[in-house]
Design a binder for this molecule. Structure first.
Ligand code: HEM
Length: 435
């Protein structure tokens, strides 16, 4: 028998609203619905009622077994308007061709070459930290992530643009974040045109500069130019990778620091490991396999606060999942967040326990980078980057959390710790090598 997808009762709706007000995030509402309705339900907002799927089986269904029955692209979504024909928002052959062209620059063998740039960017930002200063790690990690993505993938030093383009970057991210446009489609969205134009001007400028002096074709920008792509399509890929490749890492790094700040014992264990493995040396490729505890800290941060907390799709045809009917053209959201906190998959799901990653993790219960052929192209890059940046900070600084406004998971383009991750930094009395 095939059933209709359940929807929340009025009481559950009320409880969801209360939970949302208490925890300051719509994720709390989704948790309430999940607890009441199970792994398949319909969230009902006026004008927007997506089907939410949760759990390992749903992950396999959406990302792997039925992937051909789903589309990614929705022409009316702001992300499509912004990224146009970026690899993230196209489907079918067009997607697979772009993905093949872009894969080599993100391949594991390129990572060793990127590590030095990752250390340099971390050091450059850390060098501005004053002893005893309180910093917002959400801001500091964005600076590092921006420098890294621009230097590694495009061979561009972002330092001179950091200040002039800072608000442009934030505004661009805001443009694709969830908002009232989800409910009232087609409502005018004034106030973005200038930022989007500035972003385009910048990207076309770096494409033109590189065309006149191509140099290496190993990085992503070089690869794209070498492939014969026109400037417009290159711009789409550059913007896709700039946003997808730095906003996610910013979120991961700032959540990891937030969690370490709340768990001093785990912070100490992570630092002891970094001292033992890297000492005062610059972290390098071999260290990546050896920093296992730090790797578990990163995985546990990704589990609790996956920067991309859902995979959004549209059913290309009528489908069935676990006895439920999914009508054609339905918006289907696979919840990474709820899956990675599913009580059936995880013991003490809400607690920060990095050591749980010493055990075998069941397939599709931990999917912070998605899965199947549309998994994250930058997964290996992001994991190395997180290890390098955190190791470099732990080598050089004592960190302590500073009490401030309660941190909540803000649903922007990524899941961010807002309003800030305040930490006091104290330089350690060790001299670390920087080459
Ligand atoms: C902590 C860091 C990151 C996380 C958690 C993350 C997460 C994800 C997830 C969950 C997806 C799949 C979305 C879906 O199924 O709809 C994805 C796709 C993607 N990610 Fe990442 N990502 C991260 C870093 C990066 C980096 C560093 C880059 C680029 C250098 C990147 C570029 C992309 C692109 C282009 C796609 C689309 C792939 C495709 O459709 O073929 N991401 N990412």
């Amino acid at each position: 028998m095939v059933s209709e997808i359940p929807t929340p009762s009025a009481q559950a709706g009320l409880r969801a609203l209360q939970a949302m007000a208490r925890h300051k995030t719509p994720l709390a509402a989704l948790e309430t619905f999940h607890a009441e309705l199970g792994d398949v339900f319909r969230a009902q907002l006026p004008g927007f009622s997506p089907i939410i799927l949760v759990g390992a089986e749903a992950a396999r269904f959406v990302l792997v077994t039925s992937r051909e029955d789903f589309r990614w692209r929705v022409d009316t979504d702001p992300v499509t308007h912004l990224l146009r024909f970026g690899v993230l928002v196209v489907d079918g052959e067009q997607h697979d061709t772009l993905r093949r062209q872009m894969n080599p620059a993100l391949h594991k063998r390129m990572l060793a070459a990127y590590i030095a740039a990752m250390v340099r960017a971390s050091d450059q930002v850390c060098a501005t930290w004053q002893n005893g200063q309180t910093l917002d790690m959400l801001v500091e990690m964005r600076k590092i992530a921006l420098l890294i993505i621009m230097e590694t993938l495009y061979k561009v030093d972002f330092t001179p643009e950091m200040r002039p383009l800072w608000n442009t970057v934030l505004r661009t991210i805001q443009f694709i974040s969830p908002g009232l446009w989800l409910i009232w489609r087609g409502t005018p969205r004034p106030g973005y045109a200038r930022a989007l134009r500035q972003m385009d001007d910048y990207l076309y400028r770096i494409i033109r500069a590189r065309r006149t002096n191509l140099g290496t074709t190993e990085d992503l920008l070089g690869t794209l130019i070498h492939s014969g792509m026109d400037d417009g399509l290159i711009r789409d890929q550059l913007l896709t990778m700039l946003i997808a490749g730095h906003d996610t890492s910013t979120a991961l790094l700032s959540w990891a620091l937030y969690l370490l700040g709340q768990h001093s014992q785990i912070l100490e264990t992570a630092r002891a490991e970094v001292d033992r493995i890297a000492g005062v040396e610059m972290p390098h490729a071999e260290h990546m396999h050896e920093l296992t505890f730090l790797g578990n800290v990163i995985d546990e941060a990704l589990r609790l606060y996956p920067p991309i907390h859902l995979s959004s799709r549209v059913a290309a045809t009528a489908l069935e999942f676990n006895g439920f009917r999914i009508p054609a053209s339905s918006r289907v959201l696979f919840s990474i967040y709820l899956t990675q906190r599913h009580p059936a998959h995880w013991d003490k799901p809400g607690e920060f326990i990095p050591a749980r990653f010493e055990n075998k993790i069941e397939p599709y219960t931990f999917v912070p980078f998605g899965g199947g052929p549309r998994n994250c192209i930058g997964a290996a890059f992001a994991q190395v980057e997180a290890k390098i940046v955190l190791a470099r900070i732990l080598q050089q600084f004592d960190l302590s959390a500073v009490a401030g406004a309660q941190v909540h998971a803000h649903m922007g383009a990524t899941l961010e710790p807002r309003p800030a991750v305040l930490m006091r930094v104290q330089r350690r009395g060790v001299f670390v090598k920087n080459q």
